[in-house]
Write a protein of this length. Structure first.
Ligand code: ADP
Ligand code: MG
Length: 650
């Protein structure tokens, strides 16, 4: 008995036509959804060359009967809905009946399937939309779909495919969105015969989250559960000590389907208001259960966006639930009590092992003079509430001396300090600036063409300016009074210096004796590896380590105040926060901006008079120092005329 029906044209038209298959990841998504819809307990994904050469998805689901095989690949043929009314209470991922047909149109596709009750399996092959005969084959119960040479007959599309590393990143994200929502299903993902994920079935959603995003994130999760009438919201919001520079770690599952919803993202941002710095985004894994008829999933071809019948109610539920939970949770005391809330001893072991490894790496770093420029400490601390009395090893951020590596003494060229200034400083018993930059740096940094008039002007003064509120520098020029944003100016100057260094291939890097392992989410990993060449220009060396880990073996000396892991996470956030892939040059530029911003003195940093002098002198060496790299002005001028007018002198 056939279960797949050809939909009437009226329904076909109701289903908005859309481009479903854009890249291998779209295929992975469609096929995984089909396997979940088929009730599979185990789903194996195998990809070759980022999915562009081969994608094989095997499941142990209900299978497709031989008489349904031709319909499975026919367009607008589905077993999941029968009429237009069904569109408004869809309980499955699929219902358009067009995925297999569209995939078959642009690839070489084969389906091998056997319902558990049938003795024999059958295979159908479709090449560029042309079906071959259906032949009997021996196969296990379930369905295996194989797709080769995606877009082989649409060269334009094929040309748009990115490097295998990029495509596998997208595929892994598609895989994550589905496997994250289905912890009861055992999933595996292989790429070029390398096992990327093996996720055994679990009843505990936290375990599945941990498998994807690591123990650190998992331990920071705060459970939530709340209902409003027939709408239920549950899942986890991460402690605000964890955040991201973009909203990609916000997994919102509507009836098990990953969705993106601007309004709910906004609600989430509101819930964390005041708890995160601006520009940071919360991390959350939330499930929303809404009656199927209260939401329209047929507004987007890939169903990524949906329309709620009452979105205001869901907005308030989300905002209210998280807010209330935060108020009831003492966020500050969570740090030491993590281990106590561990579900199993096994998990605690993993954490202990990770901490141990980190401690070892930290020790190794500390043992090498100059690696950090400061000493980094590993301190033992009793874990609160841990009855085994285990030591929790915590990494303490180094406390920097007033003139640190990336402030003025190292990254800056020697200033033309005049004899008079020198004397004045010595006289005052102050320590003059030390310059430890190597000789070649000085050459590389030689000011391009400082106008000698400016320098003379500089030399003829005993001081150049002073600092107010630890953030602005006040000085004068021929026109009037100049107020300078110290961070913006330093950032601009560092940016120019860095650019010159990179162009000259002279970026200073800090090589780690023990490369630091960093675990990353699949897309982040792919992005880091895809940008490897560009990163190397900046002195950041990353290598593949296997699984979800990369090794950082060097990093820019200017970023010595970040740990290599933090540094890499910052870089990765930048790599992945842009909507479109950046050209290599733009990417380099963005990275330079980021490094300059991180390394520059901050608003709030107190500057010694010598530092102010150096900063203001440097200002004239760089042509466009009037704007920081982000485009904000570095200085405001109050003309003498303006001041006169304001003081009613004219
Ligand atoms: P839809 O999922 O929207 O129904 P598809 O083109 O993705 O459309 O699939 C067409 C039909 O093929 C499905 O309705 C289903 O009956 C069948 N099918 C596809 N994949 C599988 C699978 N892995 N196991 C069982 N049946 C499947
Ligand atoms: Mg489908």
């Amino acid at each position: 008995m056939s279960v797949i029906r050809q939909l009437p044209l009226s329904v076909v038209n109701k289903i908005a036509a859309g481009e479903v298959i854009e890249r291998p990841a779209s295929v992975v998504k469609e096929l995984l959804e089909n396997s979940v819809d088929a009730g599979a307990r185990r789903i194996e994904v195998m990809l070759g060359q980022g999915g562009t050469d081969l994608m094989r998805i095997a499941d142990d689901g209900c299978g497709i009967a031989v008489e349904d095989l031709p319909l499975a690949v026919a367009s607008h043929a589905t077993s999941k809905i029968a009429d237009a009314d069904d569109l408004f209470h869809v309980g499955t991922f699929g219902f358009r009946g067009e995925a297999l047909a569209s995939i078959a149109e642009v690839s070489q596709l084969s389906i091998r399937s056997r319902p558990a009750a049938s003795d024999s399996g059958y295979e159908v092959t479709v090449t560029g939309g042309m079906k071959t005969d259906i032949v009997p084959v021996g196969c296990p119960a379930g369905t295996t779909i194989e797709i080769r040479n995606l877009f082989y007959n649409t060269p334009v599309r094929r040309k748009f495919l990115r490097a295998s590393q990029t495509e596998i990143g997208h595929c892994a994200e598609a895989f994550t969105r589905i496997a994250l929502a289905q912890p009861a299903i055992h999933f595996t993902l292989r790429h070029n015969d390398k096992l990327l994920f093996d996720l055994p079935s679990t009843a505990n959603w936290r375990e599945r989250i941990a498998a994807f995003f690591g123990r650190d994130i998992e331990q920071s999760l705060i459970p939530l559960d709340n209902t409003d009438g027939d709408v239920r919201l549950f899942g986890f919001a991460a402690d605000p000590e964890h955040s991201r520079a973009n909203n990609r770690m916000q997994y919102l599952l509507l009836n098990g389907r990953f969705i993106r919803d601007r309004s709910l993202q906004h609600a989430l941002g509101e819930a964390y208001r005041g708890l995160l710095l601006s520009g940071r985004f919360p991390i959350a894994f939330l499930r929303l259960e809404v009656p199927a008829e209260a939401v329209d999933v047929n507004v987007h071809p890939t169903k990524l966006e949906v329309r709620f019948a009452d979105s205001g109610r869901i907005y308030s539920l989300l905002l209210g639930t998280i807010r209330k939970k935060f108020l009831a949770t003492d966020l500050t005391t969570r740090v030491g009590t993590k281990a106590a809330s561990e579900p199993g001893a096994e998990a605690a072991d993993v954490t202990a092992a990770q901490e141990h490894r980190r401690a070892l790496v930290d020790w190794a770093k500390g043992a090498i003079p100059g690696v950090r420029g400061q000493e980094s400490g590993v301190t033992g601390q009793d874990t609160v509430g841990d009855d085994q009395g285990a030591l929790e090893l915590r990494f303490e951020p180094p406390k920097g001396p007033p003139l640190e590596l990336n402030r003025l003494d190292r990254a800056w060229p020697p200033p033309p300090i005049s004899a008079r200034q020198h004397e004045a400083a010595e006289h005052a018993g102050r320590q003059t600036l030390k310059y430890t930059g190597v000789e070649s740096d000085r050459e590389a940094y030689a000011p391009r063409s400082p106008s000698s008039a400016v320098l003379q002007q500089v030399d003829s003064r005993s001081y150049l300016g002073f600092q107010v509120h630890n953030r602005y520098l006040i000085t004068e020029n021929d026109d009037g009074m100049v107020v300078i944003d110290q961070h913006a100016l330093h950032e601009r100057i560092l940016y120019e210096q860095l650019r010159e260094k990179v162009l000259a291939g002279q970026m200073e890097m800090q090589r780690l004796l023990v490369p630091e392992p960093v675990t990353l989410a699949p897309t982040d990993l792919a992005a880091a590896l895809a940008a490897r060449e560009t990163l190397a220009k900046l002195g950041i060396e990353v290598e593949e380590f296997g699984g979800d880990t990369v090794l950082v073996s060097s990093y820019p000396a200017m970023l010595a105040n970040l740990s290599p892991e933090e540094m890499l996470r910052q870089v990765v956030e930048l790599l992945t926060s842009s909507h479109k892939p950046l050209e290599r040059r733009d990417l380099l530029d963005e990275l330079l901006h980021m490094i300059a911003c991180k390394a520059a003195i901050k608003a709030g940093d107190h500057l010694a008079p010598e530092e102010i002098t150096v900063l203001l002198e440097q200002r004239h060496h760089y042509q466009d120092s009037h704007h920081c790299p982000h485009g904000r002005p570095t200085a405001l001028v109050f003309t003498r005329e303006e001041l006169d007018r304001r003081f009613k002198r004219t």
